[in-house]
Design a protein around this ligand. Structure first.
Ligand code: HEC
Ligand code: HEC
Ligand code: HEC
Ligand code: HEC
Length: 134
């Protein structure tokens, strides 16, 4: 094979790897969630919450929302390559300094939207009915 053929062949192999990786990423997390954790809350008092995860992934860093507890540091650290949702660690009730799932979501979602709104940035909803839509 001459030089040109090699380049074409390598480019083809490269794009196959790229597509396989992208495919892996796309299936690893949903573009949009319908948050309704009946498994944790039991019967829901409010309508389910639409969460456009993809939009947030584009606008923010994964570690702005995903974290884990680092025993050695004794503090929460951002996770840049998350594979767990929030309910893996946050249950129905608070445990020590770990908030229950409802408070974890509210503190995270509403906290960030409020903070960004104060800074005059484009952000998401802050009132009950805008998130818990009938
Ligand atoms: C920024 C979006 C947002 C706002 C604003 C918000 N919530 Fe939520 N809330 C959530 C999310 C997300 C959950 C988790 C839903 C789930 O997984 O079932 C949740 C869970 C809950 C739950 C527990 C699940 C259930 O339905 O029983 C209650 C109760 C609740 N919210 C009430 C409220 C009330 C009252 C307000 C206004 C004071 C409010 N929320 C504002 C996002 C929001
Ligand atoms: C604005 C906050 C936010 C950002 C930014 C964010 N995520 Fe998430 N992500 C969430 C929430 C909330 C859930 C949980 C949905 C649930 O509890 O059911 C989630 C769920 C996931 C899950 C699914 C876990 C499971 O149990 O199936 C993966 C994987 C994930 N995120 C990866 C990422 C990656 C990778 C990035 C960065 C490119 C990212 N997330 C950015 C909030 C965020
Ligand atoms: C691997 C376990 C784990 C996962 C997954 C996890 N958390 Fe936490 N989270 C913790 C622990 C532990 C604490 C208590 C830390 C402490 O004691 O200071 C905490 C504390 C919090 C707090 C209160 C402290 C603060 O930063 O304001 C919020 C809010 C919170 N988590 C939201 C979330 C959200 C939203 C998700 C999903 C995107 C999530 N957590 C996923 C373990 C986890
Ligand atoms: C760390 C900051 C941050 C957190 C945490 C966060 N958001 Fe947002 N949210 C944003 C930003 C920034 C936008 C605007 C993105 C854009 O328009 O590009 C947004 C927009 C939205 C929108 C409006 C989407 C639209 O079509 O206009 C909804 C709905 C929303 N967020 C829901 C949630 C829910 C539910 C949670 C918690 C599970 C959450 N957000 C957590 C920063 C955050």
């Amino acid at each position: 094979m001459n030089r040109k053929c090699w380049i074409v062949l390598l480019a083809a192999i490269g794009s196959v790897f790229f597509l396989v990786q992208m495919g892996g990423r796309a299936t690893a997390q949903e573009d949009s969630y319908e948050l309704a954790h009946k498994d944790v809350f039991g019967k829901l008092q409010r309508p389910a919450v639409a969460f456009p995860h993809g939009l947030h992934m584009d606008a923010l860093e994964c570690g702005d929302c995903h974290h884990e507890y680092d025993e050695a540091k004794g503090a929460l650290v951002p996770v840049d390559d998350p594979d767990a949702g929030c309910a893996e660690c946050h249950g129905a009730r608070k445990e020590g300094s770990r908030p229950g799932l409802r408070e974890a979501y509210h503190k995270s979602c509403i906290g960030c939207h409020r903070k960004m709104a104060k800074q005059g940035k484009d952000t998401g909803p802050r009132t009950c009915g805008e998130c818990h839509k009938k």
